[in-house]
Design a protein around this ligand. Structure first.
Ligand SMILES: [Mn+2]
Length: 355
């Protein structure tokens, strides 16, 4: 595995590449062009600029998170052809620059959702948390305000204001879309882009829905082992795979993460590893990466990744806000650095046990 950190670019991230370079064992970053609107073509020049900035600090750009999918592709309207063609052009530009991993999600209207971005814990740290009862009280129109309120002034990935201004229109677009339709549209999109992915060796890695169940009555399909397997079989191509996100899949305690990892051997192109603390069904908060701080067994998760010979990029995921750091919620330096070091420690121990 290659340990990385997510980095939003110098204009948007409170963390610098120099700081990331100083975390032991971190060899690269996963980044994106945050300023290009969804659906527009990325140019080689832009990608080259990002790559060179990262390489100048002795790190590698090991993948893109995310190249987002335009809503017309998700709903399958006739305009999707134009946006699929644009996506292919972006993949070609990435391929020409040697980028071989693209993470994306296929969630309607809302990206990842939380009811609180700064829930105070006993030790004074704050974390992102989710409570279905709180979400159920919220008008979908108002959720952006509630998410934006505690974002420390950062633009949250997937929650860009220009997108949220169109929320009523977006709900209207998805009126006729159920789980099956959404799945068909996802398969259609993947089949259209696979030849380009194959040409450049670009691995597509779908990110699970977060949380892993329908929110606001919208369909959600990337939520469990059965659906992930169905998707990898529907488009059975070495370039079609998964981002194994323990926090998103693990939001539903029914999901047995080590079992899902073993079932997806060869199909996991990217891994997000973090821990959660479950309080009740539909109610959880994010935790430190350490097993004993949350509800997941991180040793078993890393062991399963080791057993399937996972060799792709991996990253710690959302961290707690600690030591008075102010950052985009979940994406500070300190707790993610602790997470990376802990995951590296587990990996070293597992590796030596197996030698
Ligand atoms: Mn994730």
């Amino acid at each position: 595995m290659k340990m990385t950190l997510r980095w939003f670019g110098s204009a948007h991230d409170s963390v610098t590449l120099k700081q990331i370079k100083q975390i032991p064992g971190v060899v690269g970053v996963i980044s994106t062009l945050y300023d290009v609107p969804v659906g527009e073509v990325w140019t080689r020049q832009q990608i080259k600029g990002l790559k060179e900035e990262i390489e100048a600090q002795g790190l590698e750009l090991l993948g893109i998170e995310s190249v987002n999918i335009h809503d017309t592709i998700k709903v399958g309207s006739p305009e999707r052809e134009k946006y699929i063609a644009n996506y292919i052009k972006t993949l070609e530009a990435l391929g020409e620059e040697g980028i071989q991993l693209v993470c994306y999600n296929f969630m309607p209207v809302f990206d990842w959702t939380r009811s609180d971005l700064a829930k105070m814990r006993e030790d004074g740290s704050t974390v992102l948390s989710y409570d279905q009862e709180v979400i159920d009280q919220l008008d979908p129109d108002k959720i952006f305000e509630s998410m934006d309120h505690k974002s420390n002034g950062y633009v949250l990935p997937g929650w860009e204001p220009e997108r949220m201004a169109r929320i009523k229109e977006l709900f209207e677009m998805y009126k006729e879309i159920d789980n099956e339709k959404l799945f068909e549209n996802l398969v259609y999109f993947l089949k259209a882009i696979m030849p380009t992915c194959e040409k450049y060796g670009i691995k597509m890695a779908i990110h699970p829905d977060d949380p892993a169940w329908p929110v606001f009555g919208l369909p959600r399909i990337v939520i469990n082992k059965e659906n992930l397997i169905r998707l990898t079989e529907a488009v059975n191509h070495p370039c079609n795979g998964v981002t194994l996100c323990t926090g998103s899949l693990g939001s539903n305690p029914q999901n047995d993460i080590p079992d899902i990892i073993r079932a997806l051997k060869g199909k996991i192109h990217f891994a997000h590893v973090r821990n959660l603390k479950h309080h009740a069904p539909g109610k959880f908060e994010e935790a430190a990466h350490l097993s004993s701080d949350g509800s997941m067994d991180m040793y078993e998760i890393m062991k399963a990744l080791y057993e399937i010979e996972f060799d792709g990029p991996i990253r710690p995921d959302h961290g707690r806000a600690i030591w008075d750091e102010v950052s985009m919620p979940g994406y500070g330096l300190y707790d993610r650095a602790l997470g990376a070091t802990y995951l590296n420690g587990l990996w070293e121990a597992i590796h030596k046990e197996n030698k």
